[in-house]
Design a protein around this ligand. Sequence first.
Ligand SMILES: [Zn+2]
Length: 157
Amino acid sequence: MNWKILRPFVQYLLLAVLLLLAGLFAAFADDKTKPTKPGPESQEAREELRKIRDSLDQLRDEHAKLKEENGLLRKENQQLRRLLADKGEPGGVAAAAANVVGVVPTNQPNTEAKTQLTHWFTTSNGRRHNSRCRYFKTTEGRRCGPHEGKACKLCGG
Ligand SMILES: [Zn+2]
């Protein structure tokens, strides 16, 4: 073997091998970085997308349910309003009127609620006076209705 002849050849071969290895490594590295990197990423993205789609579906379902519920509630509300208009209003007005009338007499505990307390009842003689009488609220007594007790002879009660 003549190393002097073989040496450049071997050197060239080594260089070639090195270049090849470098190329392979580069290709391998490229291979590894290119498909592996987007691989998990796209998988993650796909998973994320799936989750988003799932939650969207859920939201759509909930929205549909809420719409349905809202419609039912609206119907119920209308029914209730109709019921109130049919039944409640006359009673409601009467009750409100009764309350208004009832509030006035409750300020005077000894008077009856059915009459309006426009007159004055003098307790000492049981006479009733109207608001123009000089005994109105000037004698010991209480407010009373227009038909309570005996009418005052002075003012007519
Ligand atoms: Zn009087």
